[in-house]
Design a protein around this ligand. Structure first.
Ligand code: UTP
Length: 479
């Protein structure tokens, strides 16, 4: 990073050298306060990154030649509901459990995104998603961690990545709800970095006379933010060995999965990931595979239609390991990246960015007008010495909330959630209730729930003609 410059002359000459002096166009008419604000903001913008940004734009047109091949994955042992994880992962789950008991696991929840597609006027984690109680995503994750802490006698610290835009609201939400029962000192918030935008002429986009447009730097910003915001030091201080990375929009994901963590440890992996099986060649999902021999995620756009449809000997797609953006990171690996100053690559995307016209008028463009820049967390995979991939069942672990409507909207989530959990009850008790919600304190997945039901006399008295809320109380103290 270049040194922050706070005085006008230094800033002006740095901007001039970078061909970006236009950001000071309104300087003469700014108040003292506005000038200070602009200088402060400019001090945080790393002009030395401009060539990297330009290169990211140029890279878009170039489609680098790729030599792809499938990568090894620990695939499900049974695809029949309620599913069975790979034998190789189940065998090492005790290692994950031991790490949880010893306090060597932390959970990293990234919640800095803008949630543009969902269009909810608050941080996405505050979305009241669950079908009966309308519990929010944040509460779901807190309760999942409470369950982990009861089971292993140790609460994994939770690191929540936010953005400058949603930090205050997120912190207040958690504080107002008293951290949903988690010990407050186990929950930490830290803001990710920001990136400016460039217009078609390569100029930094101004949002106002005293303000550059800045947006969150992508989920991949997490690696840099962990370091810059002191979270890596905190992880070390707490003796954490593995960070379980999850995204706020996927309510089905376990925040600390012993089989996944055990696999990561047993394999000596630096980065691990979860994948779901892709069956439809046209599905738009990033694929875990080898790219020139190195493991990584290759975007679906990089596959030709023929390549995407290739079949393996068992009849399934050859490239079938769809990434669901769930990872385990070794703290040693995160430290190594920090020590060597390695950053993940920047990606450019052409987006709608509000801007100030040269005559000082604020414009909300109707279509994409400028380049925004983000880093993607999966770009860490090729940097790892060893990678382990675990297949998980889609409906068990991947029901993301992305849109306002459709399969990835709230109603789509609730329908898939009902089908998944209702099926567990139907298999255990013979009838699917008309609606269902399972308190995350009770069970992490359908298999667990079915085992609990089998042991619970109270469950046999449930009214399955009415909406069913499965809570510890409904199981009469079994949990
Ligand atoms: P998405 O890429 O789906 O973006 O984020 P989003 O912000 O939720 O939604 P859109 O694209 O604006 O509609 C996947 C996960 O990564 C986090 C999000 O909070 C979500 O958990 N994320 C994304 C960040 O933490 N920071 C970012 O800069 C981008």
């Amino acid at each position: 990073m270049s040194e922050p410059a706070l005085d006008f002359a230094t800033t002006q000459s740095a901007l001039r050298a970078a061909g970006q002096e236009h950001v000071l166009a309104w300087w003469p008419e700014l108040s003292e306060r506005a000038r200070r604000r602009l200088l402060r903001q400019l001090a945080l913008v790393d002009l030395a990154r401009l060539p990297e940004m330009q290169a990211a734009i140029a890279a878009l047109g170039q489609g680098k030649p790729r030599v792809l091949s499938p990568a090894p994955v620990f695939e499900l042992a049974s695809r029949e509901f309620p599913y069975l994880a790979a034998d190789g992962a189940r065998a090492v789950a005790p290692l994950g459990e031991q790490a949880l008991r010893r306090g060597q696991v932390a959970c990293l929840l990234v919640a800095g995104g803008q949630g543009t597609r969902l269009g909810f006027p608050a941080p996405k984690g505050c979305y009241p998603l669950l079908p009966l109680t309308r519990r929010t995503l944040f509460e779901v994750f807190a309760r999942k961690l409470l369950r982990v802490s009861r089971e292993y006698g140790c609460t994994p610290p939770l690191y929540v990545m936010v953005s400058n835009q949603n930090e205050a609201e997120t912190r207040e939400f958690w504080a107002t709800h008293e951290y949903f029962g988690l010990p407050a000192e186990q929950v930490q918030f830290f803001a990710q970095g920001e990136m400016p935008a460039l217009d078609a002429a390569g100029k930094l986009v101004m949002e106002d006379k005293d303000r550059l447009f800045l947006g969150p730097d992508g989920h991949g910003g997490v690696l840099q933010a962990l370091r810059v915001k002191g979270m890596l030091a905190d992880l070390r201080r707490r003796g954490v060995r593995v960070v379980s990375y999850i995204q706020v929009d996927n309510a089905q994901i376990p925040p600390a999965d012993p089989a996944f963590l055990g696999l990561h440890l047993a394999e000596g992996a630096e980065v691990s990931l979860k994948v779901v099986r892709k069956d439809d060649p046209a599905e738009k999902v990033g694929i875990f595979c080898l790219d020139d021999g190195r493991p990584g995620i290759v975007e679906y756009t990089e596959f030709s239609a023929e390549q995407a449809a290739l079949r393996a000997q068992d009849g399934g797609l050859l490239y079938r390991a769809g990434s669901i953006a769930v990872h385990a990171f070794s703290v040693d690996f995160l430290n190594r990246l920090a020590d060597t100053g390695v950053d993940l690559p920047l990606h450019a995307a052409h987006k709608k960015v509000p801007f100030l016209s040269p005559d000082g008028i604020a414009v909300e463009p109707a279509g994409p007008n400028a380049w925004k820049f983000e880093r993607f967390v999966f770009d860490a995979i090729p940097l790892a010495g060893k990678v382990a991939a675990l297949e998980v069942p889609r409906d068990e672990q991947f029901l993301p909330l992305k849109n306002a409507d459709g399969p990835f909207g709230p109603d789509g989530f609730r329908a898939a959630y009902h089908a998944y959990w209702g099926r567990a009850v139907e298999l255990a008790l013979g009838k699917m209730p008309p609606a269902i919600e399972v308190d995350p304190l009770v069970a992490e997945n359908a298999r667990d729930l079915m085992e609990i039901i089998a042991r619970s006399p109270a469950a046999r008295r449930w009214d399955l003609n009415a909406p069913l809320l499965v809570t510890p109380e409904s199981l009469a103290g079994l949990i």
